[in-house]
Design a protein around this ligand. Structure first.
Ligand code: NAD
Length: 488
């Protein structure tokens, strides 16, 4: 059985306790994980704070910080096959996806490496003739980066890349569900030569490790990705330290298909939107809103395509669809599917737990077009369940698209250019994909509206989120200050 360690203040160490990580393809424990409790979390934050405050990190030039990030990117690219294998074993995500996604994560570090020495201050032409005023941009301090188990190297990169480029230090908390890839990633931080304490990697349970970290008085910014309920705890924890918070949460994203769309393309994109990563994706296009005039034909074509998906062991290259990450998750999905059927939704395909070992659940399509309040239409399932609804006009499509409290992503399939623009403007979500789905890039911001969170990751603006400004005033007059009771 493999064993992993925490990385605190430049040293690898065991946790205060241990827990087992389960391989979801078999349902068996495969590795022992270290659990960080209060004392270790505290030590990790203090190490990050020391590194932030003394010359070992603050004393480096921005270009030197950038070089370390470039080195990390190269090491990550080399280690991608091993990290992909670990992620596949620990989360059940198919190797086809983990290997390509992790190799691409290196580009995020390169993008932010290049930005490190381009964060300029500014001169302010104030309305006072004897004053010079300028802004200095400075890093905010210690960042608590708290991530879920899915796409964890990507979700860490969009936090660590801009935070380190800006000059912050970090305590990264991996999810207790599948921490292996990030604990292994800590070795790359060490090899890249980041000074001791600049990046600390821990894991443990939310109620202790996550709560102590997010409420720690030395933390300046909590960058969180996870579920909305956990986000409420995070916000309440930060009432202790008044830390800044950025939240990347879940979604119930609409996938809208008009009758004029390229339907072959839309079918494949819909399959990718909801069944890639076994639906365990924050941007999953889990609500199909289909033009009523083509509903039966489209759903039929979709069902045919879905039935040919290759379900199998996630570590085999030909597999297209693996298990869910946890048993708890599979139980929740089954319960919501059963509830929706009881409410009157019709099962088109799937809907029953797969037999055999592992946490497999089949690709499932539910026709909810006559059940407006079906549980599967309103609940974020974070799983492979597509709920179908239909519309008879553009206005109805917009109204249904915007009918949830979430607003992370939306897909619109149409060949009508003016309609594409109208839909883009009317939909309330942080991302709109037109005639495509699930495209990401380090250059493009990512984030949500409403219950999907706030703050944006990726792109140039993310670096500024990890900085603050200092306004400097210089009086240039040689005359002494004569009257203390006049405001200048
Ligand atoms: P989760 O909210 O259960 O856990 C996320 C992290 O929060 C874990 O590291 C966990 O230990 C920690 N945590 C739990 N309780 C805590 C507490 N009280 N204080 C501090 N930290 C605590 O999420 P999950 O089940 O691992 O992931 C699934 C969720 O993540 C879904 O809702 C999904 O949509 C969302 N997600 C969002 C994005 C995005 O970019 N918007 C990306 C991926 C996943």
């Amino acid at each position: 059985m493999q064993k992993f360690q925490l990385y605190i203040d430049g040293q690898f160490e065991d946790g205060a306790a241990e827990f087992y990580s389960i391989n979801p393809a078999t349902g068996q424990a495969w590795a022992k994980m270290p659990e960080a409790r209060r004392e270790q979390v505290n030590r990790a934050v203090k190490a990050a704070h020391r590194a932030f405050s003394d010359a070992r990190w603050a004393g480096l030039t921005a270009s030197q910080r950038g070089k370390l990030l470039y080195k990390l990117a190269d090491l990550l690219e080399q280690a991608a096959p091993k990290l992909a294998e670990l992620e596949t074993t620990d989360t059940g995500k198919i190797i086809r996806e983990t290997s390509s996604q992790i190799a691409y994560v290196a580009e995020y570090y390169r993008y932010y490496a290049g930005l490190a020495d381009k964060l300029e201050g500014s001169y302010i032409p104030v309305d006072k003739p004897d004053m010079q005023t300028w802004l200095i941009r400075e890093p905010v301090g210690v960042i608590a980066a708290i991530v879920p188990w899915n796409s964890q190297l990507f979700l860490s990169a969009v936090k660590l890349g801009p935070a380190l480029a800006a000059g912050c230090t970090v305590v990264l908390k991996a999810s207790e569900e599948a921490p292996a890839p990030l604990l292994e990633f800590a070795k790359l931080i060490d090899q890249a030569g980041f000074p001791q304490g600049v990046v600390n990697v821990i894991t443990g349970f939310g109620a202790e490790c996550g709560a102590v970290l997010s409420g720690h008085p030395l933390v300046a910014h909590v960058a969180f990705t996870g579920g909305p309920e956990t986000a409420k705890h995070i916000v309440s924890n930060t009432a202790q330290n008044l830390a800044k918070v950025s939240l990347e949460l879940g979604g119930k994203s609409p996938f809208i298909v008009f009758a004029d769309a390229d339907l072959d393309s839309a079918v494949n994109a819909q399959v990718a939107a909801i069944f890639a990563a076994t639906g365990q994706s924050c941007v999953a296009g889990s609500r199909l809103l289909i033009d009523a005039s083509i509903k039966d034909e489209f759903v039929q074509r979709l069902a045919t395509r879905v039935q040919s998906i290759k379900i199998g062991l996630p570590n085999e290259m030909q597999t297209e669809y693996g298990p869910l990450c946890t048993l708890k998750q599979r139980d929740k999905i089954q319960q919501v599917v059963d509830q929706s059927v009881a409410q009157g939704a019709t099962l088109v395909t799937g809907g029953q737990v797969c037999e055999g070992a592992g946490y497999y659940y089949p690709p499932t399509i539910l026709d909810c077009s006559f059940v407006a309040d079906a549980a599967s239409l309103t609940t974020e399932l974070f799983g492979p369940v597509l709920s179908v609804d239909s519309f008879s006009s553009e206005q109805e499509a917009i109204q249904k698209a915007n009918s949830t409290p979430y607003g992370l992503a939306a897909g619109v399939f149409t060949t009508n250019l003016t309609r594409a623009h109208r839909m883009t403007k009317a939909i309330r979500s942080g991302i709109v994909w037109l005639n495509t789905y699930r495209a990401v890039s380090p250059l493009a911001p990512f984030g949500g509206y409403g219950l999907s969170g706030h703050g944006r990751e990726g792109g140039l603006s993310a670096v500024y989120d990890y900085t603050t400004t200092k306004t400097v005033w210089l009086r240039t007059s040689d005359e002494p200050i004569a009257d203390p009771f006049v405001m200048r």
